[in-house]
Design a protein around this ligand. Structure first.
Ligand code: PAF
Length: 283
């Protein structure tokens, strides 16, 4: 790896970051759990676009997975990830082990209230505490000027924005647009779990979210009616479960009945053993 440095300890990360800073560069942190795809790479490009030195972390964070979730099966491909990152222009990768991230039993958890109460939370209790805590640690370790996160995990993005604001962290959170396959499916590390027939069915998700966004954007149509028609259409198309499909305020994530300002159609579904989430702005 010619231009890419890989570090595995917090001390080495801080030393490398300090060297960039001494050279007058700003740091853009791209936190990931690896199994990188074009969506992640777009975050690295986002950092380069702001003239930040892109620093990517790769850590499959156990504390954000529930006991029956896919922590063990979560795809891991460090060699492939490093090749993609180098090609994209990433300069530094922080790939710690579990003992480096959690050397002591954690007595401290970062909890963001309200916006973590609906949508994904009821079915993934503790998930956002795990995310908020590990992201806080990563931000404190790298001390970037900016942190880059995908809009695909929209609730996560709002939780992180709010956490950074509430805790007055001197870091700008940059949300980057979802990168999609040609048929509209949002790129996700979990898409590789989909079988061929499931992959063909999966494209219906983006189509239905777009239909809801189109229906409710006039502010006259009922969000509940449009969302429930879309959920039914997904089940008819072959989805096994629609955990939620709803129109929410873009910032507070409160469910809306009519769109009167910035809003988002958000959904979580299950197709076979794969959980697919997606969202789309109501323009
Ligand atoms: O979005 C992810 O991949 C993870 O939730 C994150 C932000 C890297 C924290 O582990």
């Amino acid at each position: 790896m010619k231009d890419l440095t890989i570090v595995r300890t917090v001390a080495d990360l801080r030393r490398e970051v300090a060297a960039f800073r001494t050279a007058g560069r700003t740091i853009g942190l791209v936190p990931t759990m690896g199994a990188l795809h074009e969506g992640h790479i777009s975050l690295v490009r986002g950092a380069l676009g702001h003239s930040d030195v892109p620093v990517t972390s790769i850590f499959v964070n156990p504390t954000q997975f529930g006991p029956n979730e896919d922590f063990g099966a979560y795809p891991r491909d460090e060699a492939g990830d490093l090749a993609k990152l180098e090609e994209a222009g990433c300069r530094l990768v922080f790939a710690p082990g579990k003992d480096e991230m959690y050397p002591d039993p954690q007595l401290t958890t970062v909890h963001v209230s309200e916006i973590t109460e609906g949508l994904c939370s009821p079915l993934r209790p503790g998930h956002f505490d795990g995310v908020a805590t590990v992201v806080t640690k990563l931000l404190m370790m790298a001390m970037p000027e900016r942190g880059y996160f995908g809009e695909k995990d929209y609730q996560q993005l709002q939780v992180i924005r709010r956490m950074v604001r509430d805790l007055a962290m001197p870091i700008e959170i940059v949300g980057m647009p979802t990168v999609r396959e040609p048929d509209g499916l949002a790129m996700s590390s979990r898409n590789r779990y989909l079988g061929t027939a499931e992959r063909a069915t999966a494209r219906a998700l983006h189509r239905q979210l777009s239909a809801v966004a189109e229906t409710v954007r006039d502010g006259q149509s009922s969000c509940t009616a449009a969302a429930s028609a879309a959920a039914k259409a997904l089940l008819s198309a072959g989805f096994d479960v629609v955990e939620y499909l709803t129109v929410v305020d873009a910032e507070s994530l409160h469910p809306l009945e009519r769109v009167t300002g910035p809003a988002r159609v958000v959904a979580a579904t299950r197709l076979g053993r794969t959980r697919l989430i997606d969202n789309i702005a109501v323009d």
